[in-house]
Ligand binder design. Structure first.
Ligand SMILES: [Zn+2]
Length: 201
């Protein structure tokens, strides 16, 4: 995928009164081409304009300068096509935000009613280099939740999440750790993986 590119795209067109020296028609069209900086193929910043003049009757092309056309007075502004990338970029980040909000809501709901076999990825405050740890819930009673922590801690959330999703018994410590239900709610949980059928609405 092309990271960024510069290039012309066709902008707006206006008809003007000018006489074609080839066929004698009195009306010609001037087209503005806008050079645009694009990121991932999405136009976001226009940075220069060029113009071409052509006859609507015989299609002859001319350099507008030779016709002494006052291009500035035509006020040919950059068109929406030069900025269309912003629409897609903003939509993408809005979607990310909605997705993130949903994740937060899901975690809050799961933390209210933890289930055995849930796997939870959280961010520890103790280890700044490898703060991401996951654990599996193995037992729940009226006050406490019992869990097995992952053998390893991770420096990136996505790494911990990938491991947690496919975790097998040997990925966990054998020592059982207990935490109160309130303590569980207060952990900085990043992902809550529930594979059982009974999902919280
Ligand atoms: Zn012509």
């Amino acid at each position: 995928m092309i990271l960024y590119s510069y290039g012309p795209q066709e902008g707006s067109t206006k008809t003007i009164n000018a006489k074609c020296s080839h066929c004698g028609a009195e009306t010609m069209a001037i087209t503005m081409f806008q050079k645009v900086f694009s990121l991932f193929g999405l136009p976001i910043i226009p940075y220069s304009k060029s113009y071409s003049l052509h006859c609507l009757n015989c299609n002859s092309n001319y350099d507008p300068n030779t016709y002494n056309i006052d291009i500035k007075s035509l006020k040919m502004n950059y068109t929406w096509k030069a900025f269309i990338g912003w629409v897609i970029i903003i939509a993408f980040f809005s979607w990310l935000q909605v997705d993130s909000d949903k994740n937060v809501q899901k975690i809050a709901a799961y933390a209210q009613s933890p289930q055995i076999e849930d796997v939870v990825v959280y961010k520890s405050k103790d280890n700044s280099k490898t703060p991401y740890i996951f654990f599996k819930i193995i037992k729940i009673d009226s006050e406490k939740v019992y869990l097995l922590a992952s053998k390893y801690a991770y420096n990136k959330l996505h790494k911990a999440y990938l491991e947690a999703e496919d975790a097998v018994q040997s990925d966990f410590d054998t020592e059982v750790v207990e935490i109160t239900k309130d303590g569980l709610k207060n952990l900085q949980v990043e992902k809550w993986i529930r594979k059982t059928q009974a999902k919280v609405k």
